[in-house]
Ligand binder design. Sequence first.
Ligand code: SF4
Ligand code: SF4
Length: 289
Amino acid sequence: MKQIAIISGKGGTGKTTLAGSLAYLFENHVMADCDVDAPNLHLLLNSEKKESYEFFGNKKAEITDKCIGCGRCLINCKFDAIIPGEIYEVDKYACEGCGVCKLACPVDAVNLKKGKSGNFYYSTSKNLSFCHAQLLPGEETSGGLVAEVRKLAQKKAEQEGKDIILIDGAPGIGCAATSSMVGTDFAIIVTEPTVSGIHDLERIVETAKNLRTDFYIVINKFDINIEKTMEIKHWCRKENIEILAEIPFDKSVIEASRNSKPVIFMKDSISAKKIEKIYNKMLEKLFRR
Ligand code: SF4
Ligand code: SF4
């Protein structure tokens, strides 16, 4: 089973635009949207949910009616997660599940329970299989939820005889991003020529190197700032990093997202042509391994 992640050091670089088009270019694969905090690939794939699962993340404290209101949990909680009252309560968004309140409680009124943190889904769109998720607001266990999406994608790929998993990764360098990338055959890092874009590129490259994941770069909207594009190219040459493609700014990308369709379907789109080239290069790299 081959796995490829499309990632970026920050949101808004065009990662999902690329992933949404590759979803239609690849064949015999499963798509996985691992941007569980702000998923939007489903908007481009027009998919229909077939299976839904609950995700239980970190443990949270719960105070039962055994509580005698002594306040020891309030004094000892370092996360200000205890709400005083006749029977004390826990602010589940602030609780880190450390268990100190349970240890402090003289009457065993505190239970630690895994709380629901999100949902993950198996959906289909025509002949495309698609796994995705949504983290609940305020929850922080996104890395664990990404792992569930990837496990489900792997299970579906095995059941359906698919040989590639294409991952739209979480942006940034946090645990959701690393969970999206770890163990893949290679990652495509999408960047843009801005000051913050270069900074974020350096951080995600560092992360990929730490994970020992191979990667290639795509510079999106390269012509909005030629000077910064040259800076990225010089840096990549110095670091011995291969740039797979440079995509120019293209109004048809905006038009395509306005119509909730991948840019690959836009007639005469320069981005569509570039993405087809990226697809061919990805195939070459994948099957040369
Ligand atoms: S488990 Fe830890 S963070 Fe949560 S309420 Fe208890 S002491 Fe506070
Ligand atoms: S320590 Fe136990 S009994 Fe005391 S306020 Fe907290 S939950 Fe209630």
